[in-house]
Design a protein around this ligand. Structure first.
Ligand SMILES: Nc1ncnc2c1ncn2[C@@H]1O[C@H](COP(=O)(O)OP(=O)(O)O)[C@@H](O)[C@H]1O
Ligand SMILES: [Mg+2]
Length: 340
């Protein structure tokens, strides 16, 4: 439904979005996670045709964002970061006015306004001035606005920002319900939020995409998997083979080989400390183990910098599913970033 290819946006000297590519499939709720200033809103503004990109391509429902903006906008309901509302209009007046702007005409208009009011749970406040509504309700008005023309795709920019915990819960529930009928791209800087609402998450940091996986995979790996960096002196190929043979090792990635020394990133399964086995394999083969360090903590730290944990800490549900994909991508993404 959405395809982004090598998208780049530069504001003068500031590279806000740096060569990112991703896809949002039909029916999917994709979380777009990253700290403030990562480039989320910029990407969303490009996808909704509010600003042009510096380079790259993007399509929404098959329509080119740069050459076919009218059709793109028809397919998209957009909730911007700061919902611009007319505070001295009544909710239903405002939505009716917005529907007219979106060319929802005739008896369709009343029907669409009523349906949006209903879906966003604001029927009771429809005659109230927007200025008298709480932030949570204003957010719902913004969502109702985004739904007026019955778009297939919703692009929601930090829909729960600035809400109190109760309102956050309600808006998340609403998004989950909307996700049953719509394809959604949702940005947030809150890690548990994506776990609650999104089927898949992409993480952006300083304009670069650093991860693309299911929240369960990312969280399981971050919480319980271990990643060990090994620097060795000895024949790279046999060392790699031997590391792969250790029980509990999921993946071995050869990082660099300078001839004399070689580096590996070893991923081990949940609750499995493979460091002793690695040590023994080296001793047995008379290879030199120059360095071995557990980098799961570092990953978590980096991830922590990338995201904000919710107050009180997140309850991370244990998944039965053993995550095997994803962390490699994440690790290489993070390594790539460290080097660059
Ligand atoms: N209109 C603008 N002019 C110049 N720089 C901007 C503009 N909008 C955003 N930026 C910069 O681009 C980067 C990405 O911003 P943004 O997309 O808003 O991030 P996010 O939504 O992830 O917080 C930031 O460094 C921000 O300061
Ligand atoms: Mg933003």
């Amino acid at each position: 439904m959405i395809k982004v290819q090598n998208l780049t946006k530069r504001y003068a000297a500031n590279l806000a979005v740096d060569d990112i590519s991703f896809e949002v499939h039909e029916g999917e709720v994709l979380g777009f996670l990253g700290p403030n200033g990562a480039g989320k809103s910029t990407t969303m503004r490009i996808l909704t045709c509010f600003i042009p990109a510096t380079a790259g391509f993007a399509w929404v429902a098959g329509c080119d964002v740069f050459t076919d903006s009218l059709n793109v906008r028809k397919q998209i309901g957009y909730l911007p970061e700061n919902v611009p509302l007319y505070l001295d209009m009544r909710v239903n007046e405002y939505l009716s006015f917005r529907a007219e702007l979106k060319k929802v005409r005739g008896k369709d208009r009343k029907m669409r306004v009523d349906e949006s009011l209903e879906r966003c749970g604001i029927v009771d406040v429809q005659n109230q001035m927007i200025g008298t509504l709480s932030k949570g309700y204003r957010q719902r008005v913004g969502l109702a606005d985004a739904l007026l023309h019955d778009p297939k795709i919703l692009i929601l920019d930090e829909p729960t920002i600035g809400l109190d915990p109760n309102q956050i819960r309600q808006v998340r529930q609403l998004i989950r319900e909307l996700g049953e009928k719509h394809t959604i791209l949702l940005s947030t800087h809150i890690l548990p939020e994506v776990e609650m609402v999104c089927g898949r998450v992409i993480i952006i940091d300083r304009g670069k995409l650093v991860a693309n996986d299911t929240p369960a995979n990312l969280l399981t790996k971050l919480k319980t998997g271990s990643v060990i960096e090994v620097q060795a002196k000895g024949p790279a190929a046999p060392i790699e083979k031997s590391l792969r043979g250790i029980a509990g090792v999921i993946k071995v990635e050869a990082k660099s080989n300078t001839g004399a020394t070689s580096n590996f990133v070893v991923e081990a399964g949940k609750d499995r400390d493979v460091r002793e086995d690695i040590y023994r394999a080296f001793v047995k083969n008379d290879w030199v183990l120059l360095e071995m360090k557990k980098i799961a903590v570092t990953l978590e730290e980096i991830f922590h910098q990338l995201t904000t944990m919710e107050e009180g800490g997140a309850v991370v549900k244990e998944r039965e599913q053993q995550a095997t994909a994803g962390i490699g991508q994440m690790v290489s993404g993070l390594f790539g970033k460290k080097k660059g």
